[in-house]
Design a protein around this ligand. Sequence first.
Ligand code: C2E
Ligand code: MG
Ligand code: MG
Ligand code: MG
Length: 290
Amino acid sequence: AAKTEERGGVRFYSPLMHADASTRLLIGADLRLALGRDEFEIVYQPSVELRSGRIVAVEALLRWRHPERGMLMPDEFIPIAESLGLIRLIDERTLQAVCAQMQAWDRNGMPAVRVAINASASTFGHRGFVEAVRCALQMAALPPSRLLIEITESAMLSLGEETERKLHALHALGVGVAIDDFGTGYSSLAYLKLPAVAFLKIDRSFVTGVPDEANDVVIVEAMLAIAKSLGLRAIAEGIETEAQHDFLLRLGCVEGQGFLYSRPLPPAEIERLLRPSRKHAPARLRVVPP
Ligand code: C2E
Ligand code: MG
Ligand code: MG
Ligand code: MG
């Protein structure tokens, strides 16, 4: 079936998902130019404490405003950027832009929420990654604890000394690490016990099935149990319904993200959500009845 993507409430077909080889070549050539032309934009999706609806974090998600093709989603260009060896440049640019945004928010007196960025396996795997993170934080004069780096299990595939050293270095720096799309990879679970790994993001494919699909219920319960026993904070991805919210809350999941609370939003709209106001208590996206 054709993959559709929701944007602004309108369902539409994403033409690049099944792009042929020549289209991918064209996109690849445009990607090299896009960095120089500053065509990337960052949107931010709130992450809420399920119990209160309070926004505790935002996740930075990349968009590409292509001059002819319009707004492109990560699934349409990140795999191409990865295959061309361009993703590290893109991710490091995003890291810098996100840190600059956090600094601007701090200066405007916005509540200091955690901000997560996504790093592809090859970005994380590059030897200069920890240094790039340290520099970006320093340039923006940010406390490292405000930044969370999301990496998928595939980045842990080779949990060798090098990966472990890198995770320790991030931990020593004070930056948190989250395992993204947890449960969809093929790696061992050995990395979960490393002190650097503090967050576990339960993949949307499992969240979608609760509370009706018995198998997904069992899997999500098991993931929450692992998180709890190892002292990790579980974040459920892709919560779209009240039933999913209620179920996850009942099972002790602390935090979640999803269209039920908010779509990814441009910085100005995030500011409106987060801005402290005297009339309204701290930003809450969905207040759960007591
Ligand atoms: P992810 O890190 O797992 O991000 C969550 C994705 O799920 C986002 O898609 C978000 O818009 C979407 N989402 C959130 N809540 C819901 C929901 O309730 N329902 C549904 N159907 N979807 C929801 P997006 O922005 O298209 O990003 C897709 C993936 O692209 C991300 O998955 C991440 O792996 C990757 N990505 C995004 N930005 C970057 C980046 O700067 N660098 C790298 N390397 N990868 C990125
Ligand atoms: Mg992510
Ligand atoms: Mg994810
Ligand atoms: Mg995902």
